[in-house]
Design a protein around this ligand. Structure first.
Ligand code: AMP
Ligand code: MG
Length: 420
């Protein structure tokens, strides 16, 4: 958080810039979750957010069954002194139960997942006994009643919440829901997000580049980041640096989307029209944030649509998207989630940093020769160097008030990828 202290040429404090945490709080205040839900097939629900709790229609497991390959026995027959011998009277396979009822001194060969026969309550692993024709002799002692048995309902009882509303479905939930026989779920509808780039210098792939022109890469990173979040994307192309053209496209975008995103023109240069356009046709909540990269960032609304005016530099677009647009979209989708965890590790390299802004440098988290987790910089940190995002596997998050970091100092990192 920015400290009240006099500005100097050695720092980056700007009293007009909003601290990142405050910007996030304001976004959270404004964003209300979408209410509309739709029933969709289980496979299509991957990455979608559950609109209502899914309760288990069954006990899981449905029947008490064996957790091991071995023999189903009655614990009364397990004797601590060893030398127990039991008669094998049948087999219980996974999917083919043994129908009889066991008496004392009897056992049933059982496979993992096999239903426990009537009269048994424990399983002896096959490694813990010796088979002799139609009998087994138990080896060792210390058997317990109920050992190696999975009880009906021990994972979930019928009526328990199996997956709560607000959960984004991962492969684990697809499997869990399938195990309950649930083939359809109610998912929050995908938010519609319209976006366009601004800038007279932007060209599309396939066009030749004249001096000073660049290919429009922001529409591709935005497309990727939005798709990953499960948004319905509406790509509106490129709009030139012209106030009326931008206003007109913003109005159109707001009629077709829940969220409108632009890139570039967000600052106060002579060709930067986003903030003026938003002032004219919508509401500006804030437009300057104490972070690096990404200081110019407009947030507000146009009619019923939320608006994010992201910076133009390709790295700034990604950093501001992950820090602000992602939490906003997740909230819009009704997702209940914890903020991205930050891990404290040693920096293997010295890092340049001026106090005054929260910084997101690009880092590579790895183990050093001693096996300790350390992070090193990807190198040049210019906000136009998109290859730094591709080579990095984490952000190095440096608090606003920090100055230069020495090699060996602790820093926070946010990992790019989860596993599941
Ligand atoms: P601006 O915020 O409009 O001053 O843009 C800042 C920098 O980002 C300039 O160097 C632009 O050329 C660059 N830039 C803006 N939009 C894009 C885009 N869509 N793709 C790639 N670079 C961009
Ligand atoms: Mg521009």
């Amino acid at each position: 958080m920015a400290k009240a202290q006099p500005a100097s040429c050695m720092d980056d404090y700007d009293p007009a810039s909003l601290p990142v945490a405050e910007a996030l709080r304001r976004i959270e205040l404004v964003v209300t979750p979408l209410h509309h839900a739709e029933r969709i097939a289980l496979r299509s629900a991957l990455g979608r957010v559950l609109a209502e709790d899914v309760r288990s229609p069954v006990d899981v497991p449905a029947h008490t069954n064996s957790a091991m390959d071995g023999y189903a026995v009655n614990a009364e027959d397990l004797c601590d002194t060893g030398n127990v011998s039991l008669r094998v009277v049948g087999t219980s396979w996974a999917g083919r139960a043994f129908e009889g009822t066991l008496g004392r001194g009897e056992c049933v060969r059982i496979m993992t997942g096999g239903v426990m026969p009537r009269g048994t309550d424990s399983v002896v692993m096959q490694e813990d006994c010796e088979r002799e024709a139609d009998a087994i002799r138990l080896l060792g002692a210390g058997h317990r009643r109920g050992q190696h048995v999975r009880r009906a309902g021990e994972d979930l009882a019928r009526g328990d919440v199996a997956v709560p509303a607000g959960k984004r479905l991962t492969p684990a939930e697809l499997g869990l829901l399938a195990s309950l026989g649930v083939g359809e779920v109610s998912a929050v509808r995908a938010p519609r997000v319209a976006f366009f780039s601004t800038g007279d210098e932007l060209r599309s792939i396939g066009e030749p580049l004249l001096p000073g022109e660049v290919y429009d890469s922001n529409r591709y990173t935005l497309y990727g980041m939005l798709k990953r979040l499960g948004a319905d994307v509406i790509d509106l192309g490129v709009v030139r640096d012209d106030l009326d053209a931008i206003k007109s496209m913003l109005r159109d975008a707001a009629t077709m989307a829940d969220v409108v995103i632009t890139s570039a023109g967000a600052s106060v240069g002579d060709a930067d029209y986003i903030k003026t356009a938003l002032d004219d046709i919508g509401e500006v909540d804030f437009w300057k944030i104490a972070m690096k990269p990404g200081r110019p960032l407009s947030f507000g609304s146009i009619s019923n649509a939320l608006f994010f005016g992201l910076p133009g530099n390709p790295v700034s677009v990604m950093v501001t998207f992950y820090q602000f647009v992602t939490p906003a979209l997740r909230r819009l989708m009704g997702e209940t989630h914890a903020p991205t965890p930050r891990i404290s590790v040693r920096s293997a390299t010295a890092l340049k940093k001026r106090p005054g802004r929260l910084e997101f440098q690009r880092g590579i988290l790895e183990r050093d020769r001693e096996g300790q987790l350390t992070v090193r910089s990807t190198g040049e940190q210019g906000s136009g160097i998109l290859s730094s995002m591709s080579r990095a596997n984490c952000f190095i998050v440096l608090a606003s008030e920090r100055g230069d970091i020495d090699a060996g100092d602790f820093v926070d990192v946010e990992l790019f990828e989860g596993i599941v």
